[in-house]
Design a binder for this molecule. Structure first.
Ligand SMILES: [Zn+2]
Length: 153
């Protein structure tokens, strides 16, 4: 299936990350599990949902390594510290340009997720921790998808 999508130039979204569904085995949920697909199908564009939460760091190193892997950021703002840490990790590894917006609708609306992105620095207000730049947030919401889906940009 992935080779077919690759040959047709069709991007795929993989809903990777933990799940509350009892019958969904977590042993397959870590984004690192996607590396074999990325290696076997190097031209396949893959977007990993939720930054693979709670394995955001694994997602970050995976998208750093594989040019056609991206990730989206929906549902992260429900957990403010994890959201902040995930974005900071992406910045430190130089892959913040591969974070793209998504809503996870109907779990949330686009407006709710956008509002959540703008609150990301609230968790570090009044501390010496660095903030996520406004430009980075803007690009995640409005710009970064254009690299993943240039045919629609
Ligand atoms: Zn989801």
């Amino acid at each position: 299936m992935f080779r077919k999508a690759e040959s047709l130039g069709i991007p795929v979204n993989i809903h990777q990350g933990t799940s509350f569904v009892r019958t969904g085995p977590l042993k397959y949920a870590n984004p690192i599990e996607l590396e074999d697909i990325a290696v076997a199908c190097p031209d396949l564009r893959i977007v990993i949902s939720h930054m693979g939460h709670p394995w955001e760091d694994e997602c970050v190193v995976l998208i750093r390594k594989h040019p056609n892997l991206y990730t989206n950021v929906y549902a992260l703002h429900y957990r403010p510290l994890r959201h902040y840490q995930a974005f900071m990790s992406a910045i430190e590894y130089g892959v913040e340009h591969k974070l793209i917006f998504g809503s996870d609708f109907p779990s949330a609306t686009a407006a709710q997720v956008i509002a959540g992105q703008h609150k990301i620095n609230d968790i570090v207000a009044g501390t010496n921790f660095p903030t996520i730049p406004n430009e980075t947030i803007h690009n995640i919401i409005y710009e970064n998808w254009k690299t993943f889906l240039p045919e629609y940009a």
